[in-house]
Design a binder for this molecule. Structure first.
Ligand code: SAH
Ligand code: SF4
Ligand code: F3S
Length: 453
């Protein structure tokens, strides 16, 4: 009998990858995915703890699921197993159990390979299940070979956890210590993805460029080595990786941007702030000048490299002058796109204890809007610079409008155009007609794919 599985995913790409693996694990037990929670036999919330707002969503969505579970029981349609997974589960597992007694199971990001056991335990009626230990055996050894989601552009987790301990960040606590998968496992998984139709792979890790898995010769392999190995795979057209830390931008990785054709000219390299005082207080372990030098080097190897970043405004102790230094760094680097956030104190992190130095909410809001205005301006300029140019686009899916296809440029921009749907999956040359704030509009270059009229 088939059962319906609903998964709601918050947070980073790592959670997207994990949600897909949970669906893979549950598929042999008869669960098929649904996007309708109300009649689901099992609902999983894969949560994010990174900022207060993200983490609060867990409890509001849990409230909605509780109502659906009760309605289903009342209508005699059976039970709905409610599970909380991910980083809030890891950080606040016991609290969730206490506050939400209707939750059947809570498990952290490193334990979801035990889902079949947990379900069996739940079926025996043994009460609530809490799995938030960091298991000794990595979950990757227990994941099924067969993946049910077959994407043209897919995520592949190569590294997990973080040993950097930035003063504001919960990730080292929710995901645990750094762990890198052996290169042979990654290559096999990539081959399976390619055989199933994947043409672009994004290698994932909280600290992906700190990757140091066991390589083919039994010695430790760097991310650059892994990239060279994957670039040999027949049928793989594009490679990306995220998220990186500036300290780990090693020479061999910078060179890979020059030497590996399929490595896309786009890099997400968060700096967080521009002032050395704040960078030090954040425990980022590099200065603004060091970051600028890395960017310079990367651009000397790959002049068209598009950069993306993350910024936090209002870190404890941030003065107007510190903030101005962040704006200056943004002006110097020129980002193609970026993410920016107001500092959010997180329980258990060192920065949350800097009580006396907290920045008022209105100051944070004002700084964030100035910073975002600058970043938006840079992003628009970047997109406008493509008008009249030709770029290659992986056509991924149909758009909202009739006859529209959407794909991505090498620089991660969304590109839309009019084209019949049978071209999905192709990489086509597109002439850009208009660069907008968040996307590019273009048209197919005549003759750029074999069937083009
Ligand atoms: N491993 C990645 C991503 C970590 S989380 C990295 O090192 O960059 C993604 C982003 O969320 C961070 O880069 C940071 O900008 C932001 N972030 C993390 N903790 C935060 C906090 N307490 N308040 C506001 N933003 C935060
Ligand atoms: Fe968090 Fe810093 Fe690790 Fe990134 S490098 S996950 S910001 S602790
Ligand atoms: Fe959020 Fe956990 Fe990712 S806290 S950003 S889901 S690692």
């Amino acid at each position: 009998m088939t059962k319906k599985l609903y998964i709601s995913t918050y947070g980073c790409q790592m959670n997207v990858y994990d949600s897909a693996r949970m669906a893979d694990i549950l598929s042999p037990l008869g669960y098929t995915l649904t996007d309708q929670p109300n009649n689901a036999d099992m609902a999983i919330l894969n949560t994010c703890h990174i900022r207060e707002k993200a983490s609060e969503k867990t409890f509001s969505e849990l409230g909605r699921l509780r109502n659906m579970k009760q309605a289903k029981q009342k209508a005699d349609k059976g039970d709905m197993i409610i599970a909380v997974a991910g980083c809030v589960a890891q950080a606040e597992g016991a609290e969730i159990m206490k506050r939400a007694s209707y939750v059947d199971m809570v498990f952290g990001p490193q334990s979801y390979h035990k889902l079949p056991e947990m379900l069996a335990e739940a079926a025996r009626g043994s009460g609530h299940i809490l799995e938030t230990n960091f298991p000794i055996e990595p979950k990757f050894d227990y994941l099924p070979d067969e993946a049910i989601d077959k994407n043209l552009s897919a995520f592949l987790t190569v590294q997990e956890g973080c040993d950097k301990f930035c003063a504001f960040c919960v990730v080292p606590y929710t995901r645990g210590a750094e762990f890198s998968r052996p290169t042979s496992d990654i290559v096999s998984e990539a081959k399976r993805m390619i055989a199933a139709g994947t043409r672009e792979i994004t290698l994932l890790g909280q600290n992906v460029n700190a990757y140091h898995g066991v390589g083919p010769n039994g010695q430790s392999a760097s991310l650059a080595r892994l990239i060279y190995e994957l670039a040999e795979l027949e049928g793989l057209e594009r490679l990306r990786y995220t998220t990186s830390h500036p300290l780990e931008m090693t020479e061999d990785l910078c060179e890979a941007h020059r030497d590996v054709d399929i490595l896309m000219p786009y890099l997400h390299l968060p700096v967080q702030a521009g002032s050395d005082k704040i960078l030090e207080a954040m425990n980022r372990r590099h200065t603004g000048a060091q970051y600028r030098r890395i960017i310079e080097k990367l651009r000397s190897y790959r002049p068209d490299l598009a950069l993306s970043g993350d910024f936090i405004v209002g870190f404890p102790g941030e003065t107007d002058k510190d903030f101005e230094e962040t704006l200056q760094l943004i002006r110097d680097v020129e980002y193609a796109q970026a993410y920016s956030f107001k500092y959010s104190p997180r329980p258990g992190t060192p920065a949350a204890a800097l009580d006396g130095q907290m920045i008022p909410e209105d100051v944070k809001s004002e700084r964030l809007s100035r910073l975002q205005a600058l970043l938006n301006e840079q992003q628009l300029n970047f997109n406008k610079s493509f008008e009249g140019k030709e770029i290659s686009v992986l056509l991924e899916r149909e758009g909202k409008r009739e006859g529209q296809l959407i794909g991505r440029s090498p620089y991660m921009q969304s590109v839309y155009l009019q084209s019949p749907p049978h071209r999905i999956g192709r990489i086509a040359k597109i002439i850009i007609e208009e660069g907008n704030a968040n996307s590019l509009r273009g048209k197919l270059k005549p003759g750029s794919i074999a069937d083009a009229a």
